[in-house]
Design a protein around this ligand. Structure first.
Ligand code: SF4
Length: 233
């Protein structure tokens, strides 16, 4: 009985989530076609309630990590849950900006399961890209990626230096994608499709399969989606 009630809470929350109108900083480095399809509200595979609960769990982990940082004198939390300065391309909120008395650091906390944590020897590429955008918009040259093992609460941290070329490339990619969304041009599939890890977790894999590998018109893909839905009815 309780499982059904709790599952419904998460599934309803996901169902009534509003359509996306701007890019999230966590989408840095993500497959442009996947983001495009999200903007266009294309049909997607439903997430399981247990998976949605993991997001909440991640947020609680962040609070747990911030608690000692907020109470120590060894490091100063200048601000927590800081929005990036408003601009036209992307929005996002960093976990914290810290100061050791000499320098500022943008802190980004990520949680993961024990198996991934154990094998983590260097920061994940997608996390570094996201942090590069924080560093760019906050104009802070250094950031820290702090990984938390959700199962055993172990910690690993990596210092990341600002790389202006990487940040500019990401912003330029998002600017191109913004134009593709306006022009109804579906971006090409990401290199490595379909075995690339992003495809394995992609909620739009079935829709993506219907399209061409290269850039194509949204109207054409939409017709194929509607045709498939018609066949299923
Ligand atoms: S299946 Fe792969 S290429 Fe297609 S939208 Fe998803 S991530 Fe992109």
């Amino acid at each position: 009985m309780l499982k059904e009630i709790i599952d419904k809470f998460y599934l309803d929350k996901e169902k009534f989530r509003k359509g996306q109108t701007s890019f999230y900083i966590s989408e840095a480095g993500k497959c442009p076609r996947q983001i495009f399809l999200k903007f266009k509200n294309a049909p997607k595979k439903d997430l399981e309630a247990a998976f949605l609960r993991l997001f909440d769990h991640g947020e609680n982990m962040h609070k747990l990590i911030m608690k000692p940082l907020l109470s120590t004198r060894d490091i100063h939390v200048v601000a927590s849950e800081v929005n990036i300065p408003p601009q036209e391309i992307v929005r996002g909120r960093a976990d914290a900006v810290l100061s050791d008395g000499k320098e500022l650091f943008v802190l980004d906390i990520k949680s993961m399961n024990s198996m991934i944590f154990r094998n983590l020897k260097e920061p994940k590429e997608e996390n570094v890209l996201q942090l590069q955008l924080y560093l760019h918009f906050f104009k802070i040259p250094k950031g820290i990626l702090l990984y938390v093992d959700k199962d055993r609460l172990g910690l690993k941290e990596f210092l990341v230096n600002y790389n202006p070329a990487v940040a500019e490339q990401l912003i330029s990619g998002l600017t191109i994608l913004k134009k593709q969304i306006t022009d109804n041009a579906v971006p090409a599939r990401i290199p490595g499709y379909p075995s690339y890890w992003q495809c394995q977790y992609c909620q739009y894999l079935e829709v993506c399969k219907l399209g061409e590998a290269e850039e194509m018109k949204w109207e054409e893909l939409k017709e194929k989606i509607e045709g498939l839905n018609g066949k299923k009815e």
